[in-house]
Design a binder for this molecule. Sequence first.
Ligand code: G3H
Ligand code: 13P
Ligand code: ZN
Length: 330
Amino acid sequence: MIHYKELGLVSTKEMFAKAMAGKYAIPAYNFNNMEQLQAIVLGCIESQSPFILQVSSGARKYANATLLRYMAMGAAAMIKDAKSNVPFALHLDHGDTFDLCKNCIESGFSSVMIDGSHHSYDENVRLTKQVVEFAHSHGVTVEGELGVLAGIEDDVVAAKSIYTQPEQVEDFVKKTGVDSLAISIGTSHGATKFKPEQCTRNEKGILVPPELRFDILEECERRIPGFPIVLHGASSVVPEYVETINKYGGKLKDAVGIPEEQLRRAARSAVCKINIDSDGRLAMTGAIRKVFAENPSEFDPRKYLGPARDELKKLIMYKNREVLGSAGKA
Ligand code: G3H
Ligand code: 13P
Ligand code: ZN
């Protein structure tokens, strides 16, 4: 058993309390490799932002769970070397079983998500409570989820039950003891968050998605005042990155994300954690495609992963400063 404090990490408790009071959101960035980690750490040091490093099951399989843990330790050492004090949590993203959460807690994670949203309500409560009991006995915070993110169902608009039902949140929080709750208000994972037929087009022909269900968010806030809410699937799918990717040989059709203004509005509310993965993937892919297209003879990975890392760092600093409001809050 390695406790997260030995690794120099913090849980999300204090971070969320400060974010709630200060009306901003903590960025949660996914990482799978060294360049992503460097960009996140350097971007957050430079913008003085607290942050959450998230690891999915897929990332654990891709990069090796032990190596990822040492990478997080390396990040803590790097921050210390830079004489910075930006706090960060190491978080399991979309944990689906008790054993996976337990394993992460025992190997130094300071926060875990148990995503029981695909189960029945009662099973979600049972599983989440089981994880909370174990996690809290180690000082680790737990994120639960109620409602299934749009995009998973075939007909997003008609399938009302995919949105979080505000009348369930109070009971869920009380019965499970979770520290934060991910809700479904119209966001979804990936680069195609809405079907073109759900959107309108602006004068430039760019797809404009329907507004998020802020009414559901507000009703949740009313029922669990001061409780930290989490938004998954919150990439903006930055149009400039999509353009770069398509310009240099990519084929991303009808990619559309959550407009920044709506994320700013969410960050000022009880939303204390905003998850961003796809925007980082797009930033890196665009930069790599550009190098390959402009320098076809290049074969040194540092020459294309370096620019990809720089682009991601720029994105992170921009998000912290201009969208989440977390810059300067460390
Ligand atoms: O929620 C999904 C995250 O973007 C992680 O994606 O499972 O492909 O690592 P992944
Ligand atoms: P995006 O795909 O919108 O970046 O969402 C990431 C996420 O929710 C990770 O859990
Ligand atoms: Zn997610």
